[in-house]
Design a protein around this ligand. Structure first.
Ligand code: UDX
Length: 432
């Protein structure tokens, strides 16, 4: 079965290359010619473990192609996955312009039956709106169905998430489209993965509520961490005990400087906004947004308190990406914290194993280093803001030799307080 994937961001590339790897014939389309050139040469334009190898392998076997020519790609495919960006617009409203442009482009070349599967995260009701737009622009006899098939891929482990999904969500009212999508996922079906087959609106709702609930768990633990600090408890043991209760679930209980990335913040804001549009306030989503921005301020306040003032202090930030194994700095707590520290007159030395280049585009005034030790030279406070494996393995005695004052703010709790104190550091953690 020939499959077209529109959009070559993380979602589109992972979906396209994994489907090709599973034996399908896949063509990925993007308007960005430079990006397509990079992909055609077998390189991955984003840092995602395993992706470059998978692209190279499937290009070589001719199961994967990249193009800017959407009409040919759509015309020659029976299933079209939409994986274009749906960024946050003003006031939490999702910007659907890329989806709607793609819909019109597809409409112009629907010849014969097509299944259009929405993989991007889109507001509830978008499948219906898309049907309307395609009908409006397509020939009168055009035949197609829209499937809502949200992705649950996490940056840094996206390939494994695609191959071993905990569940697949398929929203459609068309038995024909459902059968075709099930055929696409047959290799996963063999792994006995649960499929939730439902309506388009329900599938769209599942995506937003899943991400909001994940964000809620993180914010709950961040508030718990703040309470633990106030009462002298240890949030790590609290998280351990909560996670052992299967009703609560062990995932997403790590406190830290707040959640970031291109999905959780945007999706929580969007859910809250969509609820309001439907006359139904989703107060927990609103609170999650508030708690998350406050958590970044908590980090800055604790740093200021420890140093007396931030003015003229040299602060080292270790980890800039919103999570490990990605170079994505969008809505990264580290970037928000860096801006706040700079605004109070601190000078910042920064190191990230993969995100220095992206971070420099956003905050050029930080001093960037290619190794963590040089970034610690003359520092008044070292802060770990992203739990990269490379940082867990730091030679802490060397860090101590390099800094001016041995202050360590381990916002992700990757080190032990006892060990840090034995080494002579003054240690701050999150909730412990
Ligand atoms: C998320 C969803 O997990 C995924 O299902 C969806 O498809 C896309 O959005 P992603 O944005 O890649 O994935 O990152 P995720 O692993 O969810 O982490 C988001 C943020 O939460 C990161 O900043 C991370 O550091 C933070 N986080 C996560 C915590 O602070 N504590 C945790 O316990 C887990």
């Amino acid at each position: 079965m020939r499959i077209c994937v529109i959009g070559t961001g993380c979602v589109g590339l992972v979906v396209g290359s994994c489907l090709a790897d599973g034996g399908h014939d896949v063509i990925c389309v993007d308007k960005d010619k430079t990006r397509i050139d990079v992909l055609q040469s077998g390189r991955a334009p984003i840092h995602e473990p395993g992706l470059a190898d998978m692209i190279t392998r499937n290009l070589a076997s001719n199961r994967l192609q990249f193009t800017t020519a959407l009409p040919d790609a759509v015309a020659s495919s029976s299933i079209i996955f939409l994986a274009v960006g749906t960024p946050e617009g003003d006031g939490g409203v999702t910007d659907l312009s890329q989806i709607m442009t793609a819909a019109r482009d597809i409409a112009a070349c629907v010849d014969g039956y097509k299944v259009i599967a929405i993989r991007s995260t889109v507001p509830i009701g978008t499948a219906k709106a898309l049907t309307h737009t395609i009908r409006q622009f397509a020939p009168a006899d055009a035949s197609f169905d829209i499937v809502s098939n949200p992705e649950f891929l996490s940056a840094g482990s996206a390939i494994d998430n695609f191959r071993n999904p905990q569940r697949l969500v398929i929203g459609t009212s068309s038995p024909r489209a459902l059968a075709m999508i099930q055929e696409v996922y047959r290799p996963l079906d063999l792994l006995d993965r649960p499929m939730v087959i439902t309506t388009n609106e329900t599938a769209e709702t599942i995506k937003y509520t899943a991400n909001t609930m994940l964000a809620l768990k993180i914010s709950f633990m961040n508030e718990t961490a703040n309470l633990c600090e106030a009462v002298g408890a240890d949030v790590r043991d609290v998280a351990l005990a909560l996670g052992l209760d299967r009703r609560l679930g062990a995932g997403f209980l790590q406190p830290g400087p707040g959640f970031g990335g291109s999905c959780l913040p945007k999706d929580v804001a969007s859910l809250s906004q969509q609820a309001l549009e439907h006359g139904c306030r989703f107060q927990l989503a609103e609170t999650v947004i508030e708690v998350n921005s406050r958590q970044r301020r908590v980090v800055v306040d604790k740093t200021r308190k420890a140093l007396g003032t931030l003015a003229d202090k040299t602060i080292t930030l270790l980890g800039l990406s919103f999570k490990p194994d990605t170079n994505d700095v969008r809505q990264s707590p580290a970037m928000h914290i860096a801006k706040a520290l700079l605004s109070e007159g601190a000078s910042i030395n920064a190191y990230d194993p993969a995100a220095n280049v992206e971070a420099r585009k956003v905050i050029p005034e930080m001093h960037y280093f290619d190794d963590p030790y040089s970034a610690c030279d003359g520092s008044d406070m070292v802060m770990v803001l992203t739990e990269w494996r490379q940082l867990r393995d730091l030679d802490l005695a060397e860090v101590k030799r390099r800094v001016r004052c041995p202050n360590m703010y381990d916002a992700r709790n990757i080190f032990s307080r006892q060990r840090m104190q034995e080494l002579g550091f003054s240690y701050l953690g999150t909730g412990c």
